[in-house]
Design a protein around this ligand. Structure first.
Ligand code: ADP
Length: 166
């Protein structure tokens, strides 16, 4: 794949305007962007991997962001990068909570694959405290989240919570 391709990995449980902000910024720097949804995150996700992929695709289409590939992966991120011949990983940085973890992951990935560079993009101020887990918590108790996620994502959350805890 071209030198100007990048992978943006994460839980995307579900995708928010914070993620979408990073995707818009990354698209200006890279000609091809792969949003990679991790199948088995550390903590139990609200949505299954296939649902997170579907919700992300729908949200990106709704936001007019076409040409962005959304895949699911279940292995080391670096193996996805190798398989796709991609040499850049994009990560988003929020107010202050992300830095330590991101630093560790970037150095670990650099050790595993010195030819892959991690690029950090800073989110817009308005999304700098936004996380999927906060959105999920608000929605679980019936709050509106339209400032934080596209309408299709809010609908997916409503359906998810009407299904109960399964
Ligand atoms: P979370 O579950 O904490 O919201 P993800 O694993 O889905 O995070 O995040 C994937 C990547 O997107 C990470 O680099 C994370 O820092 C970044 N990210 C998540 N939310 C935002 C946001 N509101 N602004 C900028 N980057 C974000």
């Amino acid at each position: 794949m071209s030198e100007r391709a990048a992978i943006y990995p994460g839980n995307f449980d579900p995708i928010t305007y914070g993620h979408i902000d990073i995707i818009r910024r990354a698209r200006k720097l890279f000609s091809h962007l792969i949003v990679a949804v991790v199948a088995h995150p550390h903590k139990d996700p609200l949505f299954a991997a296939e649902e997170r992929v579907r919700i992300a695709r729908e949200a990106l289409a709704e936001e007019g962001l076409d040409g962005i590939e959304v895949i699911r992966y279940d292995c080391l991120l670096i193996d996805v990068a190798r398989e796709r011949d991609v040499h850049a990983v994009v990560r988003g940085l929020r107010a202050n909570s992300d830095f330590d973890y991101e630093f560790q992951m970037a150095l670990m990935n650099r050790d595993l694959a010195p030819d892959v560079e991690t690029v950090f993009l800073m989110t817009a101020g308005e999304y700098s405290f936004l996380s999927s887990s906060v959105v999920n918590e608000v929605k679980m108790y019936g709050g509106g989240v339209s400032s934080f996620v596209p309408p299709s994502v809010e609908r997916a959350l409503e359906e998810r919570f009407s299904r109960g805890s399964s």
